[in-house]
Structure formats: structure tokens, C-alpha cells
Design a protein around this ligand. Sequence first.
Ligand SMILES: NC(=O)c1ccc[n+]([C@@H]2O[C@H](COP(=O)([O-])OP(=O)(O)OC[C@H]3O[C@@H](n4cnc5c(N)ncnc54)[C@H](OP(=O)(O)O)[C@@H]3O)[C@@H](O)[C@H]2O)c1
Length: 317
Amino acid sequence: MLIGYGNVGRALARLLAQKRAEFAFQITGIHTARHGTAVSPQGLPVEPEFGPPAGSIGEFLDAAQADVAAELTTLNPATGEPAISHIRAAFARGLHVVTANKGPIAHAYADLRDEAARRRLEFRFESTVMDGAPVFNLVRHNLPGVRVLGFTGVLNSTSKLVVDAMEQGGTFEDGLVLARRLGVAEADASFDVEGWDSAAKTAALANVLLDARTTPQAVSTRGITRLTPERVRALASDGKTVRLVSRARRSQAGLGLRVRAEVLPKTDLLACVHGTSNLLLLHTDLMGTIGTISVSPGVEQTAYGVFSDLVDLARRL
Ligand SMILES: NC(=O)c1ccc[n+]([C@@H]2O[C@H](COP(=O)([O-])OP(=O)(O)OC[C@H]3O[C@@H](n4cnc5c(N)ncnc54)[C@H](OP(=O)(O)O)[C@@H]3O)[C@@H](O)[C@H]2O)c1
């Protein structure tokens, strides 16, 4: 069952329909905020007929009778709600959960992980950072025995589009307009350029990979809002650029988490990703530094991350 049927939910439904011959998933229920609720134990089509919304999330979960709930509702960066409550309600009914919503991972990961484990349920969230590119599942499946010591990431698309636009002679606003047109800016783009999107991703990565038990508010964050076209072009003529960089480092003083607009040589690995492309480097004890890069991902890749979690989870049941 899907909770939320927007860009990601619909892309997931299309992907499940496309792959049904090989992967026999059925969507038995879809619940939204304003578009209503649809339930069918025989499986719903990609364009179902919605009836009135279920009276509560519990009522929907009871009606849809699925094995797995996919939480795909809108991100609330400040609290992670109501997605956290949706996930808890699903666990309480014995459902495994997959989510693309980073709010619950950034705000309540350890509690949700422990609750799932107590109930012997699976909880997956690959798409919450870098869409479908393997990050959490890379560590889970391919790096046995490895301890992640820290990470460095360029994870926000809008800020890169803004810097690229200014380098090419445009304004800050030109970059924001392009980000909105590509559908990658958050509804409130200040969330991107002030660094809160990167802070939420940093907190989510730290919670999962470094057992940080932190929140986005605890990440030391400064965005790109003070950058001007003049400054960006002066740096460019000097062979440099700016990237909004997420960093996590363990030290004697504890775990340091920060997001900063950093000036980098254009040849730096972190400077080589543009637009919607993202890069994450994991610093580890046994594998040195290892990275994941995604080149111009779209919503289909986000949906693929949810799909890969569903397949992996189903193989374990
Ligand atoms: N889009 C991406 O490329 C991308 C990438 C990575 C992660 N994500 C994450 O994936 C999630 C979904 O993104 P999206 O782009 O699909 O968002 P979206 O297009 O805004 O769709 C959100 C859906 O959630 C529903 N919803 C909101 N509040 C709800 C509630 N309280 N109860 C039930 N349904 C509720 C909405 O209902 P209505 O249809 O009635 O409004 C809508 O169907 C977000 O958390 C986002 O951060 C997205």
C-alpha cells in the first residue's frame, strides 16, 4: 500500500506495472491528503478511481491489507511528521515499511529502527538520500565488516544550479527558476539555498551510518544565500567554484556534522558534479574512501530506490 501518491508514488506505480511479469507486487491501497483513498485487494491500476479519504491512517492501513507500507508523503523538514506517525501505525499492524521521505530518518531513525527490530519487521529508506543510487544498501550488502568513520557529500541540486547559473552570467534567481522548472527545488526554495535540505540529508546519513541520533537542527549549517554573481565569477576566473558540502567527521570531541558553501578548485572531485547530479564519499576503516555518484537522476530513479528496497525486503520474507 502507498501512503502518498504524488511524483514518487506515481513513478513507483508505473515501475511496478512495467516490471510485474518479473516482480509480482500488487498495490492494494493508495491514500492521499486531498485526492482521496483507493483500496482493492485484487490490485489497483496506475490511474485508480479514488473514493473519499479514509477517516484516519489506521482505518486505511486496516482496509488495504498489505504486507508492506510505502510512506511517500510530503517532507516536513522541521519534525518529520506526520510520516513518523504513519510509519509507527504501520509497524503497529505488523507491516514492513519502505520510505522515500527523509524526515523520519533525519528525526527519528534510531527509535523506528529499534521498533521495527522488536517487532521483527523490515524498515528501508534507500531513496531518502541520492534517490535510487545505492548508499545505505551499499553499506548493508557490499561492505561487510566495514566501519563508516565519516562522509563528504554534495547532495543538494538547487544550490548547484544556482552556482552554475551565476558562473554562466546569470543571477541567483535565474538558478532558482531553472531548479523550479526541473522540479528539483523544494516548494520553499530557501530550504535548499539556506542549507536545510543538505542538513536533513546529513542528519539522515549520520543517523544510519554513524548511529548519531541527531536531527537536522543539530547540524552546523550555513547555505549559499550570501553568494553574489560577482563573487562566483571572480572565483571562476581563478579556476575555482562553490559547492554546498555536507561533512561528517568523528574526532576526540565527538561527531562533527556541518554543511557549508565551500570554495573548491574546479578540478576537485566535489566540484565535478553539476546540476542535479550528486556525489557522496564514505570514509571507512577497511575500504578507505569509497563513493557513489548519480548523474542527472530524476523521479524514476527515486522510485527505483523504493523498488529496490521492496525487492530486497521481499527476498527476506
Ligand atoms: N520528487 C523527488 O524527486 C524525490 C526524491 C527523493 C525523495 N523524495 C521524497 O519523497 C516523498 C514524496 O515526494 P513527492 O515528490 O512524490 O511529493 P508530492 O508530489 O508532493 O506528493 C506527496 C503526496 O503525499 C500526500 N500526502 C501529503 N500529506 C499526507 C498525509 N498527511 N496523509 C496522506 N497523504 C499525504 C499528498 O496527497 P495529495 O495528492 O492529496 O496532495 C501527495 O499524494 C517526499 O518526502 C520527498 O521528500 C522525493
